[in-house]
Design a protein around this ligand. Sequence first.
Ligand code: ZN
Ligand code: ZN
Length: 423
Amino acid sequence: MNARAPKGTADMLPDVARAWEHMQRTAQRLFARYGYEPVYTPIFEHTEVFTRGIGEATDIVSKEMYTFEDKGGRSITLRPEGTASVVRATLEHNLVANGQSAKLYYAGPMFRYERPQKGRMRQFWQIGAEALGMAEPGIDAEVIVMLMRYFEELGIPRQNMRLLINTMGDENCRPAYRDKIAGFIREHSTALCEECNRRAETNPLRAFDCKNPGCKDVMSEAPLLRDELCDDCAAHYAAVKSSLDDLAISYIEDPSLVRGLDYYTRTVFEVQVDAGLGSQNAIGGGGRYDRLMEQYGGPATPGLGFALGFERTLLALEAAGVAILGHPVAEVYVARVDAALGGAVFALVQELRDAGIATETDYQGRSLKSQFKQADRLGARAVVIVGPDELAAGEVTMRDMTTKDESRIPLGEIAARLKQLLG
Ligand SMILES: [Zn+2]
Ligand SMILES: [Zn+2]
């Protein structure tokens, strides 16, 4: 058998898993201050949730989905992103019926069949937030600020990040603009790659984020949606920018920022970092999707949100020199002078754990010396030494691993003394 994890997946070993848990806890704490509640949707959905929502012509749907038929003959897809599922759930459970609004966040694995590279995996982990039922431009600014604050809270300095914003227009102004870009691509077809030429027919705006340098040059001359917005979209975009200004959040307007999904309308945004990520420099982003719920047969419901990638955020943190320290595996290590003291040690270890102290001990009959080595390796702040003479006197020896001081402590007081030492 092949005993390695499948290509594009990685085991999340304790150091990385601790970082993931830390990022989730930070999200819980911060997002709650903005009124967000947790939601868990299934890891797989009916395939239409993604084909309809994200769009047939997008790279995600046309090339990257893990789609299979289940034993009941249904077409099932592992979620490639979180928004479509959250909007589907919001509709199914009427969370925004009768003018209600909902603020939801999620964390978990997503799946895309892509060529694995640094910061890009086939199973990758995202944290995301969705605000449904609110059309006001102020909520766009709030969502963007929450994302920026999140990265800052984790320890990425604000000056390492770049916030890009753009508007995608809506059903009033985008179709004419799409046609215009399709025409532009046809006019410049010889200078553009094959893929971009195909995009003229399927998804012309995607030509703006073609990675081919020749295409980038040509597309930099293309007409900008910013100049073709309808009045409502122009007013919305202006209001979002002025709210960001009010909050002293600096941003760069990037008319080529189109995000790769069909459901976006109006505001889109992306947070990029320079260091640590190479060409995959976006650590998070999102936008507004005011028509998405209608794609599922629901009522017109405005919404917007963002998602941030765990792997890339971790790389950005490393590049910023931020270490996410986990708890030590053991705060206290109980060592024994000889194996015959196992029963007393076992009782003491349990007592300390019941007192709320992370406690570890030896289960392999190691020498005292190697028990101390293990205590060091586990990061223990103190070692409690259980020996026959001390036990006979109803005491143990406590060694402070920082100062190396040792003292004899009555058994009945050891838990309290350790808690005092651990602060
Ligand atoms: Zn191209
Ligand atoms: Zn418009």
